[in-house]
Ligand binder design. Structure first.
Ligand SMILES: [Zn+2]
Length: 88
């Protein structure tokens, strides 16, 4: 018996990383968005990632261009942050 029976309602860091850009763009469904939002509240690493994505997106929005290179940089950044996590 487990007291963590609600596990399927939660969302992991890996999944958050995959949907984070879509989440910030408002391109995912409401249920997933709520789960991501809840995860970001409790996970400092993902919260930091979301903050950085937002800052980059904001600067892209200001310059008016979003090209493939920018997307790749975001992905590379996310992977680097993930690999920096100790004890992973
Ligand atoms: Zn996380």
């Amino acid at each position: 018996m487990s007291i963590h029976g609600r596990r399927e309602a939660r969302i992991g860091c890996m999944r958050v990383a995959r949907v984070l850009q879509a989440y910030l763009d408002g391109e995912i469904d409401e249920v997933t968005a709520r789960r991501v939002s809840g995860h970001l509240d409790g996970c400092r690493r993902c919260g930091m990632k979301a903050h950085t994505y937002r800052a980059i997106k904001d600067s892209i929005a200001r310059t008016g261009s979003l090209d493939e290179l920018a997307r790749r940089r975001l992905e590379e950044f996310a992977q680097r942050v993930s690999s920096l996590e100790p004890g992973a």
